[in-house]
Structures are given as C-alpha cells and as structure tokens.
Design a protein around this ligand. Structure first.
Ligand SMILES: Nc1ncnc2c1ncn2[C@@H]1O[C@H](COP(=O)(O)OP(=O)(O)OP(=O)(O)O)[C@@H](O)[C@H]1O
Length: 257
C-alpha cells in the first residue's frame, strides 16, 4: 500500500516492559487512521516513536519517503509531522495569536542577523506568518479569544488552540493525541466538526489516539486496536467493532450480540 506513513514491525521496550511489540501499519495520503486500545496498551508510545521522543530497538518508520528513526523531535516536526498532546502543551501566559505564531517558527527562514540586517525579507515573512495565523483563527472560530492568554480560556478552547498550533506548522500529517480527552459533550461535538473540516477542507491526513469510542467510530476511515503493545486488529470501524479479539481485549471475553 502506498501511503504517507509506514510504521513497520516496531519494537520498543523499557527495562522489561514491552511497550510496542511488533506493530505495523500504513497511513494513506488522505486517511484518518485511529489507534485505540485499553490503558497502557502502547498508544502513546507509538506517538512518541513517531514524533522522535522514543527511539525503538527495532523496526522502521518512514514518513513521506524519509526514515524517521534517529531523528530529533524538532527535525521530525520540520519534515511536516505535527502533533497535539494529551495534556494541553501551550504557553499559558501567551495569547492565542502568540501561541499560533510560535507554531509557525519552522517556516521563518531568516535568522537573528537577517532580522537585523535584512529587514525586507524578515518583514515579509512576518506578515505572511500573521496572515496564515489569522486564517487558522477564522478556520477554528477563535476570533473572540485571539488576544487572550491561553491559560484563561475554557479547556475545550485550549484544546482547539492546540490543534491550531499544529495546523500553523502546515503539516503533511497530523498526530492527534486524545483531542477530546476531558471534554464535555458539546466541546467534543465541536472538536469532531473541526477534525472533519481539517480533513475535508485542508485535506491533511491524521493519526488519532482517542478513548472516546463514539468519536473514533464516527470519524476514522480505519482503526488499529492494540493491546499489551501488540496489534489486535486493523480495519474499518465496522470490522474492528465486531472482531472477536477486539471484544476480548476490551471486555476480557468474547460476547455475542
Ligand atoms: N518512559 C517510560 N518508561 C517506562 N515505561 C513506560 C514508559 N512509557 C510507557 N511505558 C510503559 O509502556 C506501556 C505502554 O504505555 P503507553 O503510555 O504507550 O500506553 P497507552 O496505550 O498510551 O495508555 P493510556 O491509554 O493510559 O494513555 C505501559 O506499560 C507503560 O507503563
């Protein structure tokens, strides 16, 4: 299968704990791919391998034709792989606009000297960055909060700003780590709509880790279920929902409807 991301037979262990035990998957260029599984199954570890935080003992990870293993998180981000975090990781004292602008820093090509001596280009890039950030503010309907410090905003809006920060990087692939974790129903529905908009209007493929099963089954094209670091099943939401090994992983036994 051709795809933007290939995760191939990856194994990662920490002092006796096999966090990822031979996981493989491919994400298509226009796909929304979800990873689900019980607590401690290895989902976050998969994200941490993808974003360069953990280095696996074996396997291959190829993104957009580039081998990611051994690369540092900032290099991977600069290649176009952006992520959001389970717990919001924004600068609480900075405004929404400032946080979004920080997301764009990979796109600023001038260094500090150029900023002083070559004002024309630095200024043009700065203006382009601001215009791009304003488009994201519109897209995610953040107008009313744009000049407010992120730390003062409701949690659901902070999560939306985090999505915006990742979008500001103009990624080729987006990793969403529990985008609706801790949200109420209304916030969850809003976020689901923005995720669909990212997919349909911006056409950015995504990998989603999420505990909210309803959201996963509504949004994902394909789902991979992991348990104890191992892949249990991969398929469409309808296929995995009825897979006996998936029921066993979640419920501890096979049930028949
Ligand atoms: N840095 C680490 N050091 C030691 N063990 C770790 C580390 N990171 C993860 N693990 C272990 O690896 C296993 C997989 O953890 P991981 O966080 O990837 O699971 P998860 O599916 O994301 O869980 P959750 O749904 O609770 O977030 C667990 O047994 C965990 O304790």
């Amino acid at each position: 299968m051709t795809g933007i991301l290939h995760f191939d037979d990856v194994r990662l262990s920490f002092a006796g704990v096999q966090a990822i035990d031979g996981v493989s998957f491919t994400v298509g260029a226009d796909e929304l791919f979800a990873v689900i599984g019980p607590n401690g199954a290895g989902k976050t570890s998969i994200f941490n391998v993808l974003s360069g935080v953990y280095r696996p003992q074996s396997g291959r990870v190829v993104f957009d034709g580039v081998d990611l293993l051994g690369r540092r998180p900032h290099e991977i981000a600069a290649l176009g792989l952006a992520r959001t975090f389970q717990n919001v990781e924004l600068f609480a004292n900075l405004t929404v606009l400032e946080n979004l602008l920080l997301g764009r820093h990979h796109h600023l090509r001038y260094g500090p000297l150029a900023a002083v001596w070559w004002r024309g280009r630095a200024r043009r890039e700065e203006l382009a960055a601001r215009a791009a950030v304003e488009r994201i503010v519109d897209f995610l309907e953040l107008e009313q909060w744009r000049r407010m410090p992120v730390g003062l905003l409701p949690y659901g809006v902070q999560k939306r700003v985090e999505l915006g920060r990742a979008l500001a990087m103009e990624p080729k692939l987006l990793l969403l780590d529990e985008p609706v974790g801790g949200m109420n129903l209304e916030e969850t529905e809003d976020m689901a709509r923005y995720i669909l908009d990212v997919r349909e209007e911006l056409r950015i493929p995504m990998v989603l880790v999420e505990h909210d099963m309803g959201l996963v089954m509504d949004l994902a094209d394909r789902v991979m279920v992991v348990d104890f670091g191992q892949p249990v099943a991969t398929g469409t939401p309808a296929q995995v929902q009825t897979h006996p090994d998936v029921l066993r992983a979640y419920l501890g036994e096979v049930t028949t409807a």
